[in-house]
Design a protein around this ligand. Structure first.
Ligand code: ADP
Ligand code: MG
Length: 810
């Protein structure tokens, strides 16, 4: 009952037969050879047939089989994206991560050997799209915003949703939305021949998505066909550690050092949880493998480990065999748990030649794109590539030449307690599925080894089968507003692959009605429509809608841009301030190092003192001051370095500030007559107070009151000695707390040590504090044995102190 393929879609037909609109491409012989080795290339015909015959197709194939790079090319060659073909609309491919969107667009461009403008990417604040673009890589968030403006996605002839197994919230929402748009386009094209149908291709590295394919609410015409691509995976030997070390960064360091000395040539990939750990380890490896004068002093030199400091973007090609390396060898003899589980591995044919060098490269999302792409460059001869990466290397990017994976078993995940609304980004154990993906990265080029820095007991006991879909782990007010703005009245009816529970949806509606975005009947209001126009969470959009009072608009815009951008300040613990253990002989170098640490510490304190000049009780205003001072600075890199700011975050906050300014100006010039003015005079006292009030209005449900001023002040077990030990109580809890009478530690919230308020004398602490989110447990405390499960304090990430008047908007 299926249509025969038209000739342009027949892959191996006579080129003459592939009609005019199929595009000819001129790949280089080298690329052609690599492509022919990819398992997916053998399935081209099958994939194109499935796409031709169905509205929705699922492609399932192991990471590295060629899905992301090849499927867009199959479509392109068959005429998709060619204005004179039956499928003139663009080929759109979504990625959960920006790095992947950019690097995959580059790779496809190289492979096609074609005009640059044909293949483009679009991520937040950066786009290479033009009217000539045929293949467009983008983040999933970008496509969601496009749908808000073009509900039928008329610019596209096919949408590929990639990395669907990751179950990012945006990907899940896109699957729901695009499944409907595909049906919509089918009926539109029946009525109007000008409008072409839309195809949806969902690509996944695992079967994680099979649970929702049968969902008739999602795919009305039945489960979509699945094309399976045989993996070309070599065996990977898995080595569990005997013991699970708490300090996994340190452990990774030792294992990589030993591994480099003992293992035959082949790239190494180390999975860590974030930038902080990666930069620390890059530095330690550099020190360990260097015998040059310069790098020996580098061990004592105090410097920043910020994302753009030259340190970790340099590549390190250093010889081994120096004295420091021998020290590492000794550690090996004391404690070689990891390698003894399988002694065989040291009998591998040829050990690395003694002169073997290393090239250490970091890979994480805050890193500048050009530095991220360096992992794809082949290392020089006789040099071992060691990539220290976050989750981004788990499935999105395939780094060539990796034979050894070192898996710490940890990852940073968004966590959200549906009961209390406590939200955090915490380090935790990954899932078994992730661990298996990580191990698989070692088996792309040949048989490989994966060294797990955790024991099989911990793996069995503490690892979940799969990570929970992200949409179940986050507040959903942004999603709800987005859906309501598309006139979807009953959000519970939206075809979510995994629906958030009804309570979360109800809470989100409640918050949206507090913000004035929904009417009592749950319909979107004019305010709600206004909020949904900003590329921000509804709370921040709310600040913009009221932020013109007292001539505050330019300040409000800057404040929102700063608040919405993560990690503007370099936290103190990211500086190299900790002194190494006191050496037996205290040399001049040690003294100088100690002095420079002291200087750095005082420079750091001075910088933070400057940011606080408008208010000593508001972290929000501190951010505002930093962003405005940055705009003022003649040399941005110098300013960032001297003032302990993340350059990439500030550059993004500035872009967001400009984007929001233009949006507001274009909508209503009288609100912001001068959108390009970034350099602002100091705000007046009234304006400062107004800005605090706007913040309170946006976080109206996240205000805590000093325990002694609470209507029913609780008994304190002991008198607090530090500001961070003083209990506050949430004032308007939207979320139901537990029913039984909870004890104080369960309901109280405390100031986070990173807040400006942590330094306030106890007697001066404010009555009310507005917070952006709550966090439980310090990120580094993962229990590795059962004994330690003390309830940690819940901490507020404070935004600002406010008065009762400000809360009421008086
Ligand atoms: P999948 O999406 O199925 O995981 P990809 O299409 O991303 O697979 O990758 C296919 C192959 O292309 C991989 O084996 C990888 O080594 C290679 N590749 C991808 N990007 C690059 C690049 N920038 N440089 C070199 N090789 C690359
Ligand atoms: Mg891929």
């Amino acid at each position: 009952e299926q249509d025969p393929l038209p000739p342009e879609l027949k892959i191996n037909s006579d080129p003459q037969e592939r009609k005019a609109f199929s595009v000819e491409v001129a790949r280089s012989p080298e690329i052609q050879e690599i492509r022919l080795g990819l398992p997916i290339v053998a399935e081209e015909q099958k994939i194109m047939e499935a796409i031709y015959n169905h509205r929705v197709v699922v492609i399932w194939g192991a990471t590295g089989s060629g899905k992301t790079t090849q499927v867009p090319q199959f479509l392109y060659e068959a005429g998709f994206g060619n204005p004179s073909s039956p499928n003139p609309g663009m080929i759109g491919i979504t990625q959960p991560r920006r790095v992947a969107a950019v690097s995959m667009a580059n790779r496809v461009c190289d492979e096609l050997n074609s005009a640059k403008e044909k293949i483009a990417y679009q991520i937040r604040f950066d786009s290479s799209v033009s009217s000539k673009t045929a293949i467009k890589f983008m983040t999933d968030g970008i496509l969601i915003r496009e749908i808000a403006n073009d509900f039928a996605l008329l610019k596209y002839s096919v949408i590929i949703i990639d990395e669907a197994h990751e179950r990012s919230a945006n990907t899940d929402i896109l699957i729901g939305m695009v499944s409907r748009i595909v049906d919509l386009r089918a009926s539109m094209s029946k009525e109007d021949a000008q409008i072409k149908p839309l195809k949806l291709v969902i690509m996944s590295a695992t079967l994680r998505i099979s649970d929702f394919l049968e969902n008739p609410n999602l795919f009305r015409s039945g489960a979509p066909p699945m094309v399976q691509v045989e993996g070309r995976q070599y065996p990977v030997t898995i080595h569990f550690a005997r013991k699970t070390q708490r300090d996994y960064v340190d452990e990774a360091f030792h294992k990589v050092c030993r591994g480099h000395k003992k293992l035959p040539p082949g790239g190494m990939l180390v999975f860590l949880t974030g930038q902080n750990e990666i930069t620390t380890l890059v530095k330690r490896l550099k020190e360990a493998f260097s015998n040059t004068e310069a790098s020996q002093t580098a061990g004592h030199k105090v410097r920043l480990t910020a994302s753009d400091a030259p340190l970790e973007t340099e590549d390190l090609e250093l010889g081994i065999g120096d004295s420091r390396y021998d020290d590492v060898g000794e550690v090996d003899e004391e404690e070689d748990d990891i390698f003894v589980e399988d002694d065989q591995e040291f009998d591998l044919e040829d050990p690395a030649p003694a002169s073997s060098k290393i090239r250490v490269l970091p890979l994480y999302s805050q890193l500048q794109t050009k530095d991220q792409l360096r992992v794809f460059e082949p290392p020089p001869e006789n040099t071992r590539l060691i990539v220290l990466a976050t989750n981004v290397a788990e499935t999105s990017l395939t780094i060539p030449g990796i034979r050894y994976v070192f898996d710490t078993g940890r990852g940073k995940e968004r966590k959200y307690d549906r009961l209390t609304g406590v939200q955090s980004f915490e380090v935790g154990w990954i899932s078994k599925a992730s661990a298996s993906q990580r191990a698989g990265r070692a088996g792309r080029t040949g048989p490989g080894h994966c060294y797990r820095l955790y024991s099989s007991a911990v793996y069995e006991r503490d690892f979940e089968e799969h990570a929970e879909p992200e949409i179940l782990r986050m507040p959903v007010e942004g999603v709800v507003l987005q859906l309501k703005s598309m006139d979807l009245q009953h959000v519970v009816n939206f075809p979510f692959p995994t629906p958030p529970d009804r309570r979360s949806l109800a809470q989100a509606e409640k918050l949206l009605s507090y913000l004035g975005a929904l009417s009592p009947e749950g319909k979107i209001t004019d305010v709600g429509r206004e909020l949904s126009n900003y590329p921000l969470s509804p709370r921040f959009s709310k600040m913009l809608t009221i932020g013109h009072q007292h001539d505050c608009m330019p300040y409000t815009v800057a404040l929102v841009a700063a608040l919405a951008t993560p990690s503007i300040f370099i936290p103190e613990n990211q500086l190299d301030l900790s002194a190494p253990p006191k050496p037996e002989i205290y040399t001049t170098a040690d003294r100088l190092a100690d002095e420079s640490r002291t200087k750095l510490k005082s420079a750091y304190n001075h910088a933070h003192h400057l940011y606080s000049r408008h208010s000593s009780t508001s972290d929000a205003l501190k951010l505002l001051t930093a962003l405005c001072a940055y705009a003022h600075a003649p040399s941005k890199p110098t300013f960032c370095e001297q003032m302990f700011l993340h350059p990439k975050a500030l550059a993004e906050a500035t872009l967001l500030r400009s984007q929001l300014s233009s949006l507001i100006h274009n909508n209503n010039p009288s609100l912001l007559p001068n959108p390009h003015q970034l350099d602002l005079p100091s705000p007046s006292k009234t304006q400062i107070s107004a800005l605090q009030q706007f913040t309170a209005a946006a976080f109206i449900d996240q205000i805590a009151i000093h325990h002694s001023l609470h209507p029913n002040p609780p008994d304190l077990p002991r008198t607090p000695k530090r500001a961070i030990d003083v209990p506050y109580l949430p004032l308007f809890p939207i979320n139901q707390t537990r029913t039984s009478t909870p004890d104080l530690t369960e309901i109280a919230v405390f100031i986070h040590p990173s807040s400006i308020l942590a330094h306030t004398p106890i007697k001066d602490l404010p009555t009310y504090i507005v917070y952006s989110h709550l966090q439980r447990a310090a990120p580094s405390t993962i229990s590795t044995n059962e004994s330690e499960t003390k309830t940690p304090k819940t901490r507020m990430h404070a935004l600002t102190a406010v008065t009762g008047k400000q809360i009421l908007g008086l």
